[in-house]
Design a binder for this molecule. Structure first.
Ligand SMILES: N=CN[C@@H](CCC(=O)O)C(=O)O
Ligand SMILES: [Mn+2]
Ligand SMILES: [Mn+2]
Length: 317
């Protein structure tokens, strides 16, 4: 496949030990066809594409996202049990701007990873990653059930519910999913009224979107937020989590296409992830909008890598 780059050893560096103390020593590099069926395997797949951001008039650079997240993760300590595997499966790329094709290719690879019972962790790339990612999950679940029940939990400043009448962009993925899926289960955490216009709030209302605005998505309201997340998850059988790094305050995440000075803090995201993972419904996860061009001292890459580190070290029921 010309839009796929196999994993590379040179992307994984750090301190060395004789006991797999670091993740670059633990990670296995495998192309997707070589990955075996296993329940306790996390697979990293990069979406090195910022075509959707470009089309959405954003600041390009997110195609470099997967590499810097890997490089930060490589140096982090490995506390994984021996029976848990971490695999890097390489990157999807978008060399000629054919976003629709790349989203289709991504959906196919996600489908293959889920057929192998692994837990995909996708690294972006623009938030158009969500459309391909969701379709891969859907294809996999449709083999068992014609109408799978999938809830999307998006940590984001934005709804990303723009219409796709001019084609897909990083601002349209959830509009596309809403249009093609009935019912549409979508929970947004961290929405900012200074980053979404009236039409987007109206589309959210018409599509029955549940959302928590940024002023409420704070650690002080953990109890209430946990109740809302649990209530949302009750309605669905599977949960797909997508974390748009631009939802974090730019004090934590300057390296994104559309920064949020008044965004949320990592602590409430970690609390929420704990509840979601403990539910046993998390099927797949991605981290989107990492843009190394605007990062400062690798803070955003390290934040993204720490989120991956937290997820892979969590107990999956
Ligand atoms: N994926 C990002 N989407 C945002 C970008 C906002 C911006 O460029 O300021 C959106 O379209 O609303
Ligand atoms: Mn966003
Ligand atoms: Mn987004």
């Amino acid at each position: 496949m010309q839009d796929y780059i196999p994993p590379k050893k040179e992307h994984w560096h750090g301190r060395t030990s004789d006991a797999e103390l670091y993740l670059h020593e633990k990670v296995e590099l495998k192309t997707i066809s070589k990955i075996e069926k296993s329940k306790s395997t996390f697979v990293l797949l990069g979406y090195a594409c910022d075509e959707g951001v470009k089309r959405n008039q954003g600041r390009i650079g997110a195609k470099g996202g997967p590499l810097v997240i890997r490089q930060a993760l490589a140096k982090m300590p490995n506390h994984l049990e021996k029976n848990v595997s971490l695999i890097d499966a390489g990157d999807i790329i978008c060399p000629n701007g054919d976003l629709e094709k790349i989203q289709g290719a991504l959906a196919h690879l996600v489908y293959e990873l889920l057929q192998k019972n692994t837990i995909p962790i996708l690294l972006g790339g623009g938030h158009d990653i969500a459309y391909g990612h969701f379709n891969g999950i859907k294809k996999h679940l449709m083999e068992a059930n014609k109408r799978p029940s999938i809830g999307i939990i998006n940590f984001d400043a934005h709804f990303d519910l723009r219409t796709d009448d001019q084609g897909p962009t990083s601002g349209t993925p959830f509009f596309q999913i809403a249009n093609e899926n009935e019912p549409f289960h979508y929970l947004c955490l961290g929405i900012r009224s200074d980053a979404n216009d009236k039409k987007l709030f109206q589309t959210a209302q018409e599509s029955d979107v549940t959302y928590v605005e940024k002023n409420t998505f704070r650690i002080q309201f953990t109890k209430e937020i946990n109740t809302w997340i649990r209530a949302f998850m009750e309605k669905v059988n599977h949960v797909y989590v997508t974390i748009d790094l631009d939802g974090f305050s730019s004090a934590y995440a300057p390296g994104v296409s559309a920064p949020s000075p008044l965004g949320f803090s990592p602590d409430i995201v970690l609390e929420s992830l704990e509840i979601i993972i403990a539910s046993g419904k998390l099927i797949s996860l991605d981290i989107a909008e990492m843009n190394p061009k605007f990062d400062i001292d690798n803070q955003t890459a390290k934040l993204a890598a720490s989120l991956v580190h937290t997820v892979i070290h969590s107990e999956f029921p």
